[in-house]
Ligand binder design. Sequence first.
Ligand SMILES: *[C@@H]1O[C@H](CO)[C@@H](O)[C@H](O)[C@H]1NC(C)=O
Ligand SMILES: *[C@@H]1O[C@H](CO)[C@@H](O)[C@H](O)[C@H]1NC(C)=O
Ligand SMILES: *[C@@H]1O[C@H](CO)[C@@H](O)[C@H](O)[C@H]1NC(C)=O
Ligand SMILES: *[C@@H]1O[C@H](CO)[C@@H](O)[C@H](O)[C@H]1NC(C)=O
Ligand SMILES: *[C@@H]1O[C@H](CO)[C@@H](O)[C@H](O)[C@H]1NC(C)=O
Ligand SMILES: *[C@@H]1O[C@H](CO)[C@@H](O)[C@H](O)[C@H]1NC(C)=O
Ligand SMILES: *[C@@H]1O[C@H](CO)[C@@H](O)[C@H](O)[C@H]1NC(C)=O
Ligand SMILES: *[C@@H]1O[C@H](CO)[C@@H](O)[C@H](O)[C@H]1NC(C)=O
Ligand SMILES: *[C@@H]1O[C@H](CO)[C@@H](O)[C@H](O)[C@H]1NC(C)=O
Length: 351
Amino acid sequence: MLSRFSLAAIIGGLLNLLYVDNAPDHLRPYVIRQYATAQSTMLPREIFRFYITGASSNNAFTLLTANAPGNPSWNVLPHIHERHFENFYCFKGRYQLWAQAQDNTTQQTRVLTQGDFGAVVRNSTHTFQTIDPDTQLGGMLVPGGFEELFLTIGNASHPSTHSPYDPAFVNQTYSLTATESDIGQQQAFDVYSQLRFQPRRDAINGTAPAGTTWHTGPNQLAEFGRPYFIANGFGPKFLNNESSYQVIQPLVSPTQAGDLNFTMSTITVSTTPPNVTVPTWNLNNIQAFQVLEGMLSIQIASYDVANLTTGDSDPYFTKAMLMSQGYDGVDQQLISRGFPWDSAMFPNRWS
Ligand SMILES: *[C@@H]1O[C@H](CO)[C@@H](O)[C@H](O)[C@H]1NC(C)=O
Ligand SMILES: *[C@@H]1O[C@H](CO)[C@@H](O)[C@H](O)[C@H]1NC(C)=O
Ligand SMILES: *[C@@H]1O[C@H](CO)[C@@H](O)[C@H](O)[C@H]1NC(C)=O
Ligand SMILES: *[C@@H]1O[C@H](CO)[C@@H](O)[C@H](O)[C@H]1NC(C)=O
Ligand SMILES: *[C@@H]1O[C@H](CO)[C@@H](O)[C@H](O)[C@H]1NC(C)=O
Ligand SMILES: *[C@@H]1O[C@H](CO)[C@@H](O)[C@H](O)[C@H]1NC(C)=O
Ligand SMILES: *[C@@H]1O[C@H](CO)[C@@H](O)[C@H](O)[C@H]1NC(C)=O
Ligand SMILES: *[C@@H]1O[C@H](CO)[C@@H](O)[C@H](O)[C@H]1NC(C)=O
Ligand SMILES: *[C@@H]1O[C@H](CO)[C@@H](O)[C@H](O)[C@H]1NC(C)=O
Protein backbone atom coordinates (compact mmCIF):
# COMPACT_ATOMS: atom_id res chain seq x y z
CA MET A 1 0.00 0.00 0.00
CA LEU A 2 1.21 3.45 -0.76
CA SER A 3 1.21 6.44 1.42
CA ARG A 4 -0.69 9.37 0.07
CA PHE A 5 1.00 11.68 2.52
CA SER A 6 4.38 11.92 4.06
CA LEU A 7 4.58 14.05 7.11
CA ALA A 8 7.29 15.89 8.84
CA ALA A 9 5.65 16.82 12.10
CA ILE A 10 8.41 19.04 13.24
CA ILE A 11 8.15 20.79 16.56
CA GLY A 12 8.60 24.56 16.63
CA GLY A 13 7.41 27.43 14.45
CA LEU A 14 4.05 29.15 14.31
CA LEU A 15 2.98 29.18 10.67
CA ASN A 16 -0.56 28.06 10.05
CA LEU A 17 -0.24 26.38 6.70
CA LEU A 18 0.59 22.73 7.30
CA TYR A 19 0.27 21.48 3.74
CA VAL A 20 3.15 22.18 1.40
CA ASP A 21 4.22 21.06 -2.06
CA ASN A 22 7.94 21.39 -1.31
CA ALA A 23 9.66 20.89 2.04
CA PRO A 24 10.00 24.30 3.73
CA ASP A 25 13.36 26.08 3.83
CA HIS A 26 13.37 26.15 7.64
CA LEU A 27 12.28 24.02 10.59
CA ARG A 28 8.51 24.03 11.11
CA PRO A 29 5.61 21.55 11.16
CA TYR A 30 4.35 20.50 7.74
CA VAL A 31 2.56 17.81 5.80
CA ILE A 32 3.54 16.86 2.28
CA ARG A 33 1.71 14.53 -0.08
CA GLN A 34 3.23 11.47 -1.62
CA TYR A 35 4.29 12.39 -5.19
CA ALA A 36 4.20 16.11 -4.40
CA THR A 37 6.68 18.23 -6.32
CA ALA A 38 9.03 17.79 -3.36
CA GLN A 39 11.94 19.40 -5.24
CA SER A 40 11.82 16.45 -7.60
CA THR A 41 14.76 15.97 -9.87
CA MET A 42 15.53 13.46 -12.59
CA LEU A 43 18.61 11.42 -13.11
CA PRO A 44 18.84 8.89 -15.94
CA ARG A 45 16.19 6.20 -15.30
CA GLU A 46 15.12 7.50 -11.88
CA ILE A 47 13.32 10.39 -10.23
CA PHE A 48 14.04 11.60 -6.71
CA ARG A 49 11.68 13.48 -4.40
CA PHE A 50 12.73 15.10 -1.12
CA TYR A 51 10.05 15.09 1.57
CA ILE A 52 12.41 16.11 4.36
CA THR A 53 15.56 18.10 3.70
CA GLY A 54 18.43 19.39 5.78
CA ALA A 55 16.79 22.82 5.69
CA SER A 56 13.33 21.57 6.73
CA SER A 57 14.67 19.47 9.62
CA ASN A 58 17.46 21.61 11.02
CA ASN A 59 19.83 19.05 9.50
CA ALA A 60 18.34 16.16 11.48
CA PHE A 61 17.69 13.99 8.39
CA THR A 62 16.83 13.69 4.73
CA LEU A 63 13.84 11.62 3.64
CA LEU A 64 13.77 10.93 -0.08
CA THR A 65 12.10 8.50 -2.41
CA ALA A 66 13.39 7.27 -5.74
CA ASN A 67 11.01 5.84 -8.33
CA ALA A 68 12.31 3.83 -11.23
CA PRO A 69 11.58 0.93 -13.54
CA GLY A 70 13.83 -2.09 -13.53
CA ASN A 71 17.39 -1.34 -14.49
CA PRO A 72 19.73 -3.61 -16.49
CA SER A 73 22.66 -2.60 -14.28
CA TRP A 74 23.25 -0.95 -10.92
CA ASN A 75 21.53 2.42 -10.47
CA VAL A 76 24.72 3.90 -9.07
CA LEU A 77 28.40 3.02 -8.93
CA PRO A 78 29.43 1.28 -5.71
CA HIS A 79 30.39 3.94 -3.18
CA ILE A 80 30.91 4.88 0.46
CA HIS A 81 29.52 7.68 2.63
CA GLU A 82 31.89 8.59 5.43
CA ARG A 83 29.50 10.90 7.28
CA HIS A 84 25.99 9.72 6.35
CA PHE A 85 24.09 6.68 7.64
CA GLU A 86 21.82 5.66 4.76
CA ASN A 87 18.69 3.65 5.45
CA PHE A 88 17.01 1.86 2.55
CA TYR A 89 13.31 1.01 2.65
CA CYS A 90 11.27 -0.70 -0.07
CA PHE A 91 7.87 0.95 -0.52
CA LYS A 92 6.88 -1.16 -3.51
CA GLY A 93 8.33 -3.23 -6.30
CA ARG A 94 11.73 -4.86 -5.81
CA TYR A 95 15.33 -3.79 -5.77
CA GLN A 96 18.60 -5.44 -4.85
CA LEU A 97 20.93 -3.85 -2.33
CA TRP A 98 24.59 -4.71 -1.78
CA ALA A 99 26.60 -3.70 1.30
CA GLN A 100 30.02 -4.49 2.66
CA ALA A 101 31.27 -3.35 6.06
CA GLN A 102 34.26 -1.06 6.53
CA ASP A 103 36.54 -3.99 7.50
CA ASN A 104 35.84 -5.63 4.11
CA THR A 105 34.37 -8.79 5.64
CA THR A 106 31.91 -10.78 3.55
CA GLN A 107 29.91 -8.78 1.05
CA GLN A 108 26.16 -9.09 1.67
CA THR A 109 23.28 -8.68 -0.76
CA ARG A 110 19.49 -8.88 -0.44
CA VAL A 111 16.55 -8.44 -2.78
CA LEU A 112 14.17 -6.06 -1.00
CA THR A 113 10.41 -6.38 -1.48
CA GLN A 114 7.69 -4.22 0.07
CA GLY A 115 8.44 -3.35 3.69
CA ASP A 116 12.01 -4.69 3.70
CA PHE A 117 14.80 -2.59 5.14
CA GLY A 118 18.57 -2.26 4.79
CA ALA A 119 20.82 -0.19 7.06
CA VAL A 120 23.95 1.04 5.32
CA VAL A 121 26.06 2.43 8.13
CA ARG A 122 28.86 4.91 7.51
CA ASN A 123 31.87 3.69 5.53
CA SER A 124 30.06 0.65 4.10
CA THR A 125 30.51 0.12 0.36
CA HIS A 126 27.09 -0.17 -1.24
CA THR A 127 25.05 0.01 -4.44
CA PHE A 128 21.57 -0.98 -5.58
CA GLN A 129 19.66 -2.03 -8.67
CA THR A 130 15.93 -1.63 -9.27
CA ILE A 131 14.20 -4.77 -10.57
CA ASP A 132 10.41 -4.38 -10.89
CA PRO A 133 8.61 -2.03 -13.35
CA ASP A 134 7.04 0.02 -10.52
CA THR A 135 9.68 0.23 -7.82
CA GLN A 136 9.91 2.84 -5.10
CA LEU A 137 12.74 2.97 -2.62
CA GLY A 138 12.98 5.20 0.41
CA GLY A 139 16.25 6.70 1.54
CA MET A 140 16.46 8.07 5.06
CA LEU A 141 19.84 9.70 5.60
CA VAL A 142 21.31 11.04 8.82
CA PRO A 143 22.43 13.76 9.26
CA GLY A 144 20.31 15.85 6.86
CA GLY A 145 21.50 17.71 3.78
CA PHE A 146 22.46 14.78 1.57
CA GLU A 147 19.84 15.90 -1.00
CA GLU A 148 22.28 18.60 -2.13
CA LEU A 149 24.07 15.93 -4.19
CA PHE A 150 20.96 15.05 -6.21
CA LEU A 151 19.85 18.67 -6.52
CA THR A 152 23.25 19.40 -8.03
CA ILE A 153 23.56 16.45 -10.43
CA GLY A 154 19.82 16.14 -11.35
CA ASN A 155 17.96 18.42 -13.75
CA ALA A 156 15.21 19.77 -11.46
CA SER A 157 12.53 18.35 -13.72
CA HIS A 158 9.01 17.89 -12.28
CA PRO A 159 6.45 15.63 -13.99
CA SER A 160 3.32 17.78 -14.43
CA THR A 161 1.08 14.70 -13.96
CA HIS A 162 2.96 13.81 -10.76
CA SER A 163 3.70 10.44 -12.33
CA PRO A 164 6.09 8.51 -10.11
CA TYR A 165 8.58 8.32 -12.97
CA ASP A 166 8.79 9.07 -16.69
CA PRO A 167 7.72 6.08 -18.87
CA ALA A 168 10.56 7.02 -21.26
CA PHE A 169 13.05 5.89 -18.59
CA VAL A 170 12.63 2.26 -19.67
CA ASN A 171 14.43 2.96 -22.92
CA GLN A 172 17.14 5.22 -21.55
CA THR A 173 20.65 3.91 -21.69
CA TYR A 174 23.48 5.56 -19.88
CA SER A 175 27.01 4.90 -18.83
CA LEU A 176 27.43 4.88 -15.08
CA THR A 177 31.07 5.79 -15.37
CA ALA A 178 30.21 8.78 -17.58
CA THR A 179 27.37 9.85 -15.30
CA GLU A 180 29.55 9.63 -12.24
CA SER A 181 32.87 10.63 -13.73
CA ASP A 182 33.35 13.68 -11.58
CA ILE A 183 34.36 11.84 -8.44
CA GLY A 184 36.10 14.92 -7.11
CA GLN A 185 32.84 16.83 -7.13
CA GLN A 186 31.02 13.94 -5.46
CA GLN A 187 33.46 13.72 -2.57
CA ALA A 188 32.33 17.21 -1.64
CA PHE A 189 28.90 15.57 -1.16
CA ASP A 190 30.28 12.65 0.86
CA VAL A 191 30.27 10.14 -2.02
CA TYR A 192 33.46 8.10 -2.44
CA SER A 193 33.19 5.73 -5.42
CA GLN A 194 34.61 2.23 -4.95
CA LEU A 195 35.39 1.29 -8.53
CA ARG A 196 36.97 -2.06 -7.68
CA PHE A 197 33.91 -3.34 -5.78
CA GLN A 198 32.26 -6.22 -7.69
CA PRO A 199 28.64 -6.72 -6.60
CA ARG A 200 28.13 -10.44 -6.16
CA ARG A 201 25.59 -12.12 -8.48
CA ASP A 202 25.05 -15.37 -6.59
CA ALA A 203 21.91 -14.52 -4.58
CA ILE A 204 19.49 -17.42 -4.17
CA ASN A 205 16.01 -16.75 -2.83
CA GLY A 206 16.90 -13.07 -2.53
CA THR A 207 20.03 -13.41 -0.43
CA ALA A 208 23.78 -14.11 -0.46
CA PRO A 209 26.03 -15.39 0.95
CA ALA A 210 24.43 -18.78 1.53
CA GLY A 211 23.19 -19.45 5.02
CA THR A 212 21.84 -15.92 5.61
CA THR A 213 18.28 -15.60 6.85
CA TRP A 214 15.96 -13.68 4.53
CA HIS A 215 12.18 -14.05 4.80
CA THR A 216 12.76 -17.43 6.42
CA GLY A 217 13.35 -16.47 10.07
CA PRO A 218 14.17 -13.64 12.48
CA ASN A 219 16.55 -10.78 11.61
CA GLN A 220 18.42 -8.83 14.27
CA LEU A 221 19.69 -5.27 14.30
CA ALA A 222 23.51 -5.47 14.08
CA GLU A 223 26.17 -4.20 16.43
CA PHE A 224 27.39 -0.61 15.88
CA GLY A 225 29.31 -0.12 12.62
CA ARG A 226 27.97 -3.06 10.61
CA PRO A 227 25.36 -2.93 7.83
CA TYR A 228 22.27 -5.12 8.29
CA PHE A 229 18.94 -6.08 6.73
CA ILE A 230 15.49 -6.58 8.26
CA ALA A 231 12.82 -8.38 6.24
CA ASN A 232 9.30 -6.98 6.68
CA GLY A 233 7.91 -8.31 9.98
CA PHE A 234 10.97 -10.45 10.81
CA GLY A 235 12.73 -7.92 13.08
CA PRO A 236 12.28 -7.32 16.83
CA LYS A 237 8.79 -6.27 17.95
CA PHE A 238 7.20 -4.62 20.98
CA LEU A 239 3.57 -4.13 21.98
CA ASN A 240 2.34 -1.03 23.75
CA ASN A 241 -1.22 -1.24 25.09
CA GLU A 242 -1.57 2.05 26.97
CA SER A 243 -4.36 3.39 24.75
CA SER A 244 -4.80 1.68 21.41
CA TYR A 245 -2.60 -1.28 20.57
CA GLN A 246 0.66 -0.27 18.93
CA VAL A 247 3.21 -2.73 17.59
CA ILE A 248 6.60 -1.04 17.38
CA GLN A 249 9.22 -2.60 15.09
CA PRO A 250 12.58 -0.86 15.54
CA LEU A 251 14.74 -0.59 12.44
CA VAL A 252 17.49 1.58 13.92
CA SER A 253 17.86 1.83 17.69
CA PRO A 254 20.39 3.85 19.75
CA THR A 255 22.98 1.03 19.54
CA GLN A 256 23.21 1.24 15.74
CA ALA A 257 22.87 5.04 15.50
CA GLY A 258 25.56 5.77 18.10
CA ASP A 259 26.67 9.40 17.90
CA LEU A 260 24.15 10.15 15.12
CA ASN A 261 21.36 10.52 17.70
CA PHE A 262 18.33 9.14 15.83
CA THR A 263 16.00 6.16 15.78
CA MET A 264 13.70 4.63 13.18
CA SER A 265 10.78 2.26 13.65
CA THR A 266 7.55 1.25 12.06
CA ILE A 267 4.47 1.60 14.27
CA THR A 268 1.35 -0.44 13.56
CA VAL A 269 -1.70 1.07 15.24
CA SER A 270 -5.15 -0.36 15.99
CA THR A 271 -8.27 1.74 16.33
CA THR A 272 -8.84 3.28 19.77
CA PRO A 273 -11.32 1.47 22.03
CA PRO A 274 -14.40 3.60 22.77
CA ASN A 275 -13.63 4.24 26.44
CA VAL A 276 -10.02 5.34 25.96
CA THR A 277 -8.80 8.92 25.64
CA VAL A 278 -6.04 9.46 23.12
CA PRO A 279 -3.00 10.78 24.99
CA THR A 280 -1.28 14.07 24.20
CA TRP A 281 2.44 13.99 23.52
CA ASN A 282 4.77 16.77 24.54
CA LEU A 283 7.85 16.31 22.39
CA ASN A 284 10.94 18.46 22.18
CA ASN A 285 12.59 16.66 19.31
CA ILE A 286 11.97 16.28 15.61
CA GLN A 287 9.56 13.48 14.65
CA ALA A 288 8.59 12.54 11.11
CA PHE A 289 5.90 10.05 10.10
CA GLN A 290 5.34 8.47 6.74
CA VAL A 291 2.11 6.54 6.44
CA LEU A 292 2.48 3.11 4.84
CA GLU A 293 -1.07 1.77 5.30
CA GLY A 294 -4.33 3.18 6.68
CA MET A 295 -4.58 6.66 8.16
CA LEU A 296 -2.86 8.51 10.96
CA SER A 297 -4.60 11.62 12.33
CA ILE A 298 -2.20 14.02 13.95
CA GLN A 299 -3.09 17.21 15.74
CA ILE A 300 -0.19 19.53 16.30
CA ALA A 301 -0.93 22.17 18.95
CA SER A 302 -2.50 25.28 17.39
CA TYR A 303 -2.86 23.61 13.99
CA ASP A 304 -5.75 21.76 12.40
CA VAL A 305 -5.86 17.99 12.51
CA ALA A 306 -3.87 16.53 9.65
CA ASN A 307 -5.04 13.20 8.27
CA LEU A 308 -2.14 11.24 6.82
CA THR A 309 -3.74 8.59 4.72
CA THR A 310 -3.40 5.96 2.06
CA GLY A 311 -7.01 6.52 1.04
CA ASP A 312 -9.24 4.74 3.59
CA SER A 313 -10.70 7.54 5.70
CA ASP A 314 -11.65 5.31 8.62
CA PRO A 315 -9.26 2.36 8.65
CA TYR A 316 -9.02 -0.40 11.24
CA PHE A 317 -5.31 -0.87 10.61
CA THR A 318 -2.61 1.75 10.20
CA LYS A 319 1.12 1.38 9.80
CA ALA A 320 3.56 4.28 9.69
CA MET A 321 7.28 4.78 9.50
CA LEU A 322 8.72 7.01 12.18
CA MET A 323 12.03 8.83 12.11
CA SER A 324 12.97 10.50 15.35
CA GLN A 325 15.81 12.77 16.38
CA GLY A 326 17.29 11.91 19.78
CA TYR A 327 16.81 8.82 21.90
CA ASP A 328 13.51 9.79 23.52
CA GLY A 329 11.20 9.84 20.49
CA VAL A 330 7.73 8.35 20.14
CA ASP A 331 9.06 4.86 19.32
CA GLN A 332 11.50 4.70 22.23
CA GLN A 333 8.84 5.94 24.65
CA LEU A 334 6.26 3.42 23.42
CA ILE A 335 8.84 0.63 23.68
CA SER A 336 9.91 1.65 27.19
CA ARG A 337 6.28 1.49 28.37
CA GLY A 338 5.52 -1.65 26.35
CA PHE A 339 6.87 -5.19 26.29
CA PRO A 340 8.47 -7.62 23.82
CA TRP A 341 5.93 -9.12 21.44
CA ASP A 342 6.45 -11.91 18.96
CA SER A 343 3.91 -10.98 16.28
CA ALA A 344 3.72 -8.26 13.64
CA MET A 345 0.01 -8.02 14.50
CA PHE A 346 -1.73 -6.46 17.51
CA PRO A 347 -4.12 -8.60 19.64
CA ASN A 348 -7.55 -9.52 18.29
CA ARG A 349 -9.35 -8.49 21.50
CA TRP A 350 -9.28 -5.51 23.82
CA SER A 351 -7.94 -6.71 27.17
C1 LIG B 1 15.88 15.35 -17.07
O1 LIG B 1 16.68 14.19 -17.08
C2 LIG B 1 15.97 13.01 -17.39
C3 LIG B 1 16.95 11.86 -17.18
O2 LIG B 1 18.09 12.04 -17.94
C4 LIG B 1 15.42 13.08 -18.79
O3 LIG B 1 14.68 11.92 -19.07
C5 LIG B 1 14.52 14.27 -18.90
O4 LIG B 1 14.09 14.42 -20.22
C6 LIG B 1 15.24 15.53 -18.46
N1 LIG B 1 14.26 16.61 -18.42
C7 LIG B 1 14.56 17.85 -18.77
C8 LIG B 1 13.44 18.82 -18.72
O5 LIG B 1 15.68 18.16 -19.11
C1 LIG C 1 34.68 6.63 8.26
O1 LIG C 1 35.89 6.72 7.57
C2 LIG C 1 36.55 7.97 7.75
C3 LIG C 1 37.78 7.98 6.84
O2 LIG C 1 38.54 6.85 7.09
C4 LIG C 1 36.90 8.14 9.22
O3 LIG C 1 37.48 9.42 9.41
C5 LIG C 1 35.62 8.06 10.05
O4 LIG C 1 35.94 8.10 11.42
C6 LIG C 1 34.87 6.79 9.76
N1 LIG C 1 33.56 6.83 10.42
C7 LIG C 1 33.10 5.85 11.19
C8 LIG C 1 31.78 6.06 11.86
O5 LIG C 1 33.69 4.81 11.33
C1 LIG D 1 38.86 -2.38 2.08
O1 LIG D 1 38.93 -2.34 0.66
C2 LIG D 1 39.16 -1.04 0.14
C3 LIG D 1 39.05 -1.06 -1.36
O2 LIG D 1 39.70 -2.18 -1.89
C4 LIG D 1 40.52 -0.53 0.62
O3 LIG D 1 40.72 0.79 0.16
C5 LIG D 1 40.53 -0.53 2.16
O4 LIG D 1 41.81 -0.19 2.63
C6 LIG D 1 40.16 -1.91 2.70
N1 LIG D 1 39.99 -1.81 4.15
C7 LIG D 1 40.51 -2.70 5.00
C8 LIG D 1 40.22 -2.48 6.46
O5 LIG D 1 41.15 -3.67 4.61
C1 LIG E 1 10.92 1.58 -25.94
O1 LIG E 1 11.52 1.22 -27.17
C2 LIG E 1 10.79 0.28 -27.91
C3 LIG E 1 11.63 -0.13 -29.10
O2 LIG E 1 12.06 1.01 -29.78
C4 LIG E 1 9.45 0.90 -28.28
O3 LIG E 1 8.68 -0.05 -29.02
C5 LIG E 1 8.71 1.30 -27.05
O4 LIG E 1 7.52 1.98 -27.39
C6 LIG E 1 9.55 2.22 -26.16
N1 LIG E 1 8.87 2.44 -24.89
C7 LIG E 1 8.79 3.64 -24.32
C8 LIG E 1 8.03 3.70 -23.03
O5 LIG E 1 9.28 4.63 -24.78
C1 LIG F 1 15.07 -21.46 -2.04
O1 LIG F 1 13.69 -21.54 -1.77
C2 LIG F 1 13.09 -22.77 -2.13
C3 LIG F 1 11.61 -22.64 -1.92
O2 LIG F 1 11.33 -22.19 -0.63
C4 LIG F 1 13.72 -23.87 -1.29
O3 LIG F 1 13.18 -25.12 -1.66
C5 LIG F 1 15.22 -23.88 -1.53
O4 LIG F 1 15.84 -24.83 -0.66
C6 LIG F 1 15.82 -22.51 -1.25
N1 LIG F 1 17.23 -22.53 -1.63
C7 LIG F 1 18.19 -22.16 -0.79
C8 LIG F 1 19.58 -22.26 -1.29
O5 LIG F 1 17.95 -21.74 0.33
C1 LIG G 1 -12.76 -0.17 28.70
O1 LIG G 1 -13.86 -1.01 28.74
C2 LIG G 1 -13.51 -2.40 28.87
C3 LIG G 1 -14.80 -3.20 28.73
O2 LIG G 1 -15.81 -2.67 29.53
C4 LIG G 1 -12.85 -2.61 30.22
O3 LIG G 1 -12.46 -3.98 30.38
C5 LIG G 1 -11.59 -1.75 30.26
O4 LIG G 1 -10.98 -1.84 31.55
C6 LIG G 1 -11.95 -0.29 29.99
N1 LIG G 1 -10.67 0.47 29.87
C7 LIG G 1 -10.49 1.61 30.48
C8 LIG G 1 -9.16 2.27 30.25
O5 LIG G 1 -11.34 2.14 31.19
C1 LIG H 1 -9.71 13.66 9.57
O1 LIG H 1 -10.36 12.42 9.76
C2 LIG H 1 -11.35 12.47 10.78
C3 LIG H 1 -11.85 11.04 11.01
O2 LIG H 1 -12.23 10.44 9.79
C4 LIG H 1 -12.47 13.41 10.34
O3 LIG H 1 -13.44 13.51 11.36
C5 LIG H 1 -11.87 14.80 10.09
O4 LIG H 1 -12.85 15.65 9.55
C6 LIG H 1 -10.71 14.71 9.10
N1 LIG H 1 -10.06 16.01 9.05
C7 LIG H 1 -9.59 16.51 7.92
C8 LIG H 1 -8.91 17.84 8.02
O5 LIG H 1 -9.70 15.93 6.86
C1 LIG I 1 20.07 14.38 20.48
O1 LIG I 1 18.78 14.86 20.11
C2 LIG I 1 18.05 15.41 21.19
C3 LIG I 1 16.66 15.68 20.68
O2 LIG I 1 16.65 16.59 19.63
C4 LIG I 1 18.77 16.64 21.71
O3 LIG I 1 18.05 17.17 22.80
C5 LIG I 1 20.17 16.25 22.14
O4 LIG I 1 20.88 17.41 22.52
C6 LIG I 1 20.90 15.54 21.04
N1 LIG I 1 22.14 15.00 21.57
C7 LIG I 1 23.29 15.15 20.94
C8 LIG I 1 24.48 14.53 21.59
O5 LIG I 1 23.38 15.72 19.87
C1 LIG J 1 -1.37 -4.43 28.84
O1 LIG J 1 -0.82 -5.73 28.75
C2 LIG J 1 -0.36 -6.22 29.99
C3 LIG J 1 0.38 -7.53 29.73
O2 LIG J 1 -0.46 -8.42 29.01
C4 LIG J 1 -1.57 -6.38 30.93
O3 LIG J 1 -1.11 -6.83 32.18
C5 LIG J 1 -2.23 -5.04 31.09
O4 LIG J 1 -3.43 -5.20 31.83
C6 LIG J 1 -2.58 -4.45 29.75
N1 LIG J 1 -3.05 -3.09 29.96
C7 LIG J 1 -4.12 -2.60 29.31
C8 LIG J 1 -4.46 -1.17 29.60
O5 LIG J 1 -4.78 -3.28 28.56
